[in-house]
Design a binder for this molecule. Structure first.
Ligand code: MRU
Length: 347
């Protein structure tokens, strides 16, 4: 089952807030509900929210009663704005919405209905492409994993973070499907616990050997020589290779370098933002402090205790051994290798 899909005039998605306790799907009737589901992380992970937003634009067209193209386009512009504002860091969201709006702006639609049909097909293509791209990244990246390795992973980058298959966890899945035997250490990933709730749930089903770690234990296992490789995802990669990913990624990158461990991010080219020169330009989302003090409604401390909750951090490119893309593994200097990857060249 796909993480997000179009189903008879609604956007259907797995409710990731309920996993691993329940596998529930929600049907969203309009683009406002899609934007709310992105904001409250019913759907999360950069490629998954990109696909959800693309379906959100298609849904805005589907639910509109506009009978002429100009009215429909005006409504779509408002919907695009609402969807883009739902979360700021992952560039896949803006990338997908911009792609849909560029299509909507094209000439040649015979009617408002023709534009509606084209948008639904385009959103479906974005979703289908995501799965194929992840499988290609898996094929390139699995060469990094050897029999007997222990791989450290942060957050959730699997089927749930994408339409299906996954990015960094997709590489782990591809290595497993290739018959390699290895172990995965999953950072639990406070405060939303994407590692312990979502990645462990996925590896359970795939039959990949894993242990959940408190985030604070990653350095301990690296220092003991138990970690051979670090794989993470990305929410936005700047043209110089600096990248934003789940909070805690930066400290893992520094510890990996200190301990001489290869550190890779796995990201489709839709996560690369060539419009920004460095990570300093990436907007970082700050979420509700209640996610820290009261995760999933469980009060860890009294309600009036203060907290901060940055959702992402930026890792400078000097910590990266490489970026696994669908076109191959980009290596330093990233300005050049990423430009080639985005031009569709095989790396
Ligand atoms: O806040 P989240 O759960 O949406 O953050 C997700 C991540 O940081 C992932 O590592 C990233 O989106 C890449 S997932 C393929």
């Amino acid at each position: 089952m796909r993480t997000v899909a179009w189903a008879d005039g609604v956007v259907r998605m797995i409710d990731q807030k309920r996993i691993p306790w329940a596998l529930e799907v929600v049907d969203l009737p309009d683009h406002h509900a899609v934007a709310a589901a992105i904001a409250d992380m019913t759907v999360r992970g950069a490629p998954a929210i990109g696909a959800a937003a693309a379906f959100g634009v298609a849904l805005a067209a589907h639910t509109s009663s506009a009978t002429d193209l100009a009215t429909l386009r005006a409504e779509l512009r408002a919907a695009a704005q609402t969807l883009k504002e739902s979360r700021p860091t992952a560039v896949n969201l803006a990338w997908a919405v911009d792609k849909m709006m560029a299509l909507a702006a094209q000439d040649g639609y015979a009617s408002a209905q023709a534009l509606r049909d084209a948008l639904r097909e385009a959103a479906q293509r974005i979703a289908d492409d995501d799965v194929h791209i992840n499988q290609r990244m898996g094929a390139h990246g699995q060469a990094l994993i050897q029999d007997g390795d222990t791989v450290l992973h942060h957050c959730n980058t699997g089927a749930l973070a994408t339409v299906d298959y996954g990015t960094a966890l997709g590489v782990i899945r591809a290595a497993h499907e290739a018959g390699k035997r290895f172990h995965v250490l999953l950072d639990e990933t406070r405060p939303r616990l994407q590692g312990s709730r979502l990645s462990a749930w996925e590896l359970e089903q795939l039959g990949v050997s894993y242990d959940i770690l408190p985030d604070t234990a990653a350095g301990y296992y690296m220092q003991r020589g138990e970690v051979k490789l670090v794989l993470v995802g990305a929410d936005r990669v700047a043209s110089n290779g600096d990248f934003a990913n789940k909070i805690g990624t930066y400290q893992i990158a520094v510890l990996a370098k200190e301990n001489g461990i290869p550190f890779y991010t796995v990201a489709p080219t839709s996560t690369v933002d060539l419009n920004i020169a460095s990570g300093a330009d990436i907007p970082i989302e700050e979420r509700d402090p209640a996610e820290v003090t009261t995760p999933y409604g469980n009060a860890l401390v009294p309600a009036h205790f203060k907290a901060r909750n940055p959702a992402f951090d930026v890792t400078p490119h000097r910590y990266l051994s490489g970026i696994v893309t669908e076109n191959g593994i980009a290596r330093p200097a990233f300005t050049e290798s990423l430009r080639r990857a985005l031009a569709g060249e095989a790396l």
